[in-house]
Each structure stands twice: as structure tokens, then as C-alpha cells.
Design a protein around this ligand. Structure first.
Ligand SMILES: *Cc1c(COP(=O)(O)O)cnc(C)c1O
Length: 498
């Protein structure tokens, strides 16, 4: 299968799309067509386990990868998940289901893709005939950095370096990163905020001088961020898997529609749901849930994306985003795959912070998506009430999603009180133990000073199992302590590769 840039003429293979990450014109790579999954194929997937389902879907996009080898890589990746199933579906009440994507090594859904990306990237280099070692640079505001480190640790032919803002990540996130093991990893704090970090990494990526100096040492730069098709593709699979699980547990009949609610930041997760629907999965509405940084809610309401607004630090930090980069792929589809128009809009976004879509595009968007947001209070109340009612603890990001899912269903009921609502799958993106202080506050109204105390108290209250990876951190040595100013970031890169 070929991939096109959302902004121009570039055509590449799947392996190239993953190795290059972003198109030369700044656009994102999208598949030339959406491969279809027939009714018969979907039925065949019912009897498969998670890695088999994922291999089947991924191979439809990445046909130059060997399917057997792909399956072996997926088995190995998802064997690191606790509990035996990488993406279990939990029924909490009649018609409401949680798709738990947080059983991986870092307790957030980014593990679903970042445990697989190292294989896709290394193999992609082989397919493209690239001989150099790969150096992955990541600027992180928390979850991505740790998930990338875990995914890439000890990967052959790859080194990974993560920069995080000194004062911009939670204590638990910092501990997770600074205790990282592996022979090919490096973690450096940057004196500044996330923007300083990201700007520093972008500078290295776009500097020809840096690229030459790295190449002279046998390294080629690559990125693991969420616009890489290698991050998007593994996420499509769990929408199919959730659907299969609903059928095999007799909750629905094959062909019935299912709605999904997704806590959204960069629009990567929910876009994967849209891709699944384009491939033929019977998806009804995709509900886009935001926190107080509700730029997407406004976009779906008015058709104008306006990132010029105040930035709020919320208790769901992985959704604190004003420029949702994966939205470009949706805008490209809605425009009828008009690359020139998409390019114009993205230029407008870069220059003025905003762009608008046409009335008929807005209409199309609103036929597929429902968008709303949860305030901080809404989130706290929802986590509390849901635990009181069902005994099910949620993390803060999932709390945002659940609040919005409930509002959506209330609205449908108001419009037609007798309507049979399709099942709702709420995508649960993090373990409550990953954000222990905020979750403990939501559950009890009390503060707890220390993350590990928070974990202990949540465990006493909920009896939910504490993930081994979080328990272990407490006793791990801090391996990374260096902290640099933004102008010294490339020096650290050179020191690292020697
Ligand atoms: C990254 C993240 C999100 C947002 O996902 P997007 O793909 O950026 O929309 C939501 N919840 C958690 C816990 C995350 O780590």
C-alpha cells in the first residue's frame, strides 16, 4: 500500500512512512485508500486473540512486512502487558463498557503503540535498505517519554533520548523516566517548560548541520511522536478487538453499531477509531471528550479551529494540548482529500493560530462525531459518583471521557426517550494509579502529599490491583540526574552517542 502526504504530492511505502515519520512538505502520511474488512473477515477475527487480530489489521496497511514476523513481534510486545489480554473490555453496567488500554509497562494507552513501534521502525529501515543506527529523540510532557523509553529499551540498532521539562511533569512521571533501565537510553531534564523542550528537539530535527554530524557518526534521526503512522496503526486494532469481544460475549450481534467515547488530546486515539470505521467496522458515533482545553469541542461546534486561547494545566495533563496535530488527517479526509486546501489551512494555523472548514465539511464532521468537554469539577464528580455506583475506579483522563459519554447519552434520551441506544465503549487510557494524588482526591475529597501514599490509599479503598511496574519504581535507583539549558541539548545528544 502507498501513503500520501496530507499536504502534497509525496508518495511513499508504509515502511518509508514510518521511518520518515513526517512528509518533507510538513504533511502527515495517510493511506492511499482505506483497506476494507469484510463481514467474513470480521467473523474470522472473532476467534482470534489480541495479537492475531492486531496482526491481521496492521498487515492490511503494512503489506511489505511479513505477516508471520509481524505477529511474532506483536506477541512479544503484548506479552509485557499484565493480565494476559492487552486490551480487555470490561462491562460496568448494561450498555456501558470500558476498553482498558492501560495494562502495559507504563500504565497508559501509549504502550499499545510504543511497544510495537520499535519493531515497525527497525524492520522499516531494513525494508528501505537503511544501514545507519537510528537515534530517536523525544520531547515529552510525561506519558510519551516513558512509554517510548520502555518500548525502545535494548532495541537493536536504536538509541533513544528523552528530554522533559524540569518542572513540567508530575513526580510519578519524572520517577518513571529517571529510573529507566536499558543500555541504549538517555533521559535529560531541560531547564524550561514543555515548549522549550519541544522547540529544542525540533531545532535538532530541522538542522542540516546536526544531521550531518550525526550521520558522520553513523546515526540517522527519527521520531516516535504521535503523528508517525507507526503510532496510529496499532491503535486501529483495539477498536476492532473491542467490537469482536462484544460479539463473542453476546452483548451485540454482528453488524450492530457501537459508539465509542475517547478522551482526546492530540487526536491520535480517536482518529484511529475513525480509521476503523472507514475500514468497515460498524461504528456509530465517535464521541470526542476534552478537558478544559476544549479547542476541539469548539471546532466541532463551529467549524473554526482556534488555538489562540488560554492554556490550562488540568488534572488530565496528557490532554492539555491546544494544537491537536493528528486532526490534520481528519481535515484532509473531510476536504475530499484536497492536499492543496489542507496545506493552506495548516499554513493558516501556523501563521494565525486558526483555520476554518466549509459548512458541508462541518456537517460531515458532525454526522460522525459528537464533541463535548468536562470541567475539573465535572471530572472529579464523575470519578466519585462512578465509583460509588459501580465500584469502578477511573483515572482522570477516563473520568473526562465518562462525563462526556454520560452527557451524550442523556442528550439522546432527551431527544427520544424510547430510543434504544447502541452500546457505549469508553476508552480508558490510564490506570488510576498513574495519577494517584488526583484520583485519591476525586474518590475521597482528601489530599495526599506523596504519590506512593496515594497508591496505597487508593488500593485500600478500591482493592484494585496495583500495577507491578509502578510498585517497583519506589525501590529503583535514580539513574538520570542531568539537567541542561535548551541551548545545550544537542551537546548532550553528541555526548550520548559518543
Ligand atoms: C496521550 C493520552 C491521551 C490523549 O490521546 P491522544 O491520542 O493524544 O488524543 C489521553 N489519555 C492519556 C492517559 C494519554 O496518555
Amino acid at each position: 500500500m502507498l501513503f500520501y502526504s496530507t499536504r502534497g504530492e509525496e508518495k511513499v511505502t508504509g515502511a518509508q512512512a514510518i521511518v520518515e515519520g513526517i512528509a518533507r512538505d510538513g504533511g502527515l502520511f495517510v493511506p492511499s485508500v482505506f483497506p476494507q474488512v469484510s463481514k467474513e473477515e470480521l467473523e474470522r477475527m472473532f476467534g482470534m486473540d489480541y495479537p492475531e487480530r492486531a496482526a491481521f489489521i496492521l498487515h492490511k496497511y503494512l503489506d511489505e512486512y511479513d505477516e508471520e514476523e509481524l505477529l511474532a513481534a506483536l506477541r512479544k510486545a503484548y506479552a509485557q502487558f499484565e493480565g494476559g489480554d492487552a486490551a480487555p473490555l470490561v462491562r460496568v453496567e448494561n450498555g456501558m463498557y470500558m476498553l482498558e488500554l492501560f495494562h502495559g509497562p507504563t500504565c497508559a494507552f501509549k504502550d499499545m503503540a510504543l511497544t510495537v513501534l520499535p519493531y515497525l521502525l527497525r524492520k522499516g529501515c531494513d525494508i528501505c535498505g537503511i544501514k545507519e543506527q537510528v537515534l530517536i529523540l523525544v520531547a515529552t510532557s510525561g506519558d510519551t517519554g516513558k512509554a517510548a523509553l520502555e518500548g525502545f529499551k535494548d532495541a537493536d540498532g536504536i538509541k533513544i533520548m528523552v528530554f522533559y521539562p524540569d518542572d513540567g511533569v508530575s513526580k510519578m512521571q519524572k520517577l518513571q523516566m529517571c529510573t529507566q533501565e536499558g543500555s541504549n537510553v538517555n533521559v535529560v531534564a531541560v531547564k524550561g517548560n514543555f515548549d522549550d523542550c519541544q522547540t529544542g528537539v525540533k531545532k535538532i530535527f530541522t538542522s542540516e548541520a546536526c544531521a550531518e554530524r550525526l550521520l558522520a557518526k553513523g546515526y540517522r534521526l527519527s521520531s516516535a511522536n504521535s503523528i508517525n503512522f507507526g503510532r496510529l496503526a496499532p491503535q486501529i486494532c483495539y477498536y476492532f478487538s473491542a467490537y469482536c469481544d462484544l460479539v463473542t460475549s453476546d452483548q451485540i450481534k454482528p453488524g450492530d453499531k457501537v459508539n465509542f467515547t475517547v478522551p482526546t488530546g492530540n487526536f491520535g486515539n480517536i482518529l484511529a477509531g475513525y480509521y476503523a470505521k472507514q475500514m468497515g467496522l460498524p461504528v456509530g458515533t465517535l464521541v470526542c471528550a476534552s478537558n478544559t482545553n476544549n479547542v476541539l469541542t469548539d471546532f466541532f461546534a463551529r467549524g473554526t479551529y482556534d488555538s489562540k486561547r488560554p492554556f490550562y494545566k488540568t488534572m488530565s495533563p496528557s490532554m492539555d494540548i491546544l494544537v491537536s496535530s493528528n486532526l490534520e488527517r481528519l481535515v484532509f479526509e473531510l476536504s475530499g482529500r484536497d492536499a492543496a486546501l489542507t496545506k493552506e489551512r495548516m499554513a493558516s494555523l501556523a501563521a494565525t493560530g486558526r483555520y476554518s472548514v466549509r459548512a458541508e465539511e462541518l456537517q460531515k464532521m458532525r454526522a460522525e462525531f459528537f464533541a463535548a468537554y468536562a470541567s475539573e469539577n465535572d471530572t472529579v464528580d464523575c470519578i466519585y459518583e462512578f465509583f460509588e455506583e459501580y465500584g469502578y475506579p477511573m483515572d482522570t483522563h477516563t473520568g473526562v471521557a465518562m462525563h462526556v459519554a454520560q452527557r451524550y447519552e442523556e442528550q439522546l434520551k432527551k431527544e427520544d426517550s424510547k430510543a434504544e441506544l447502541p452500546p457505549m465503549v469508553v476508552v480508558s487510557t490510564a490506570s488510576p494509579y498513574k495519577f494517584p494524588q488526583a484520583v485519591y482526591y476525586a474518590l475521597t475529597g482528601n489530599d495526599v502529599k506523596d504519590s506512593f501514599k496515594g497508591i496505597k490509599r487508593i488500593n485500600l479503598l478500591t482493592a484494585m490491583k496495583v500495577p507491578e511496574s509502578l510498585k517497583a519504581i519506589r525501590y529503583k535507583p535514580i539513574l538520570f540526574k542531568q539537567s541542561v539549558t535548551p541551548d545545550k541539548m544537542f551537546d548532550e545528544v553528541e555526548k550520548f552517542i559518543g
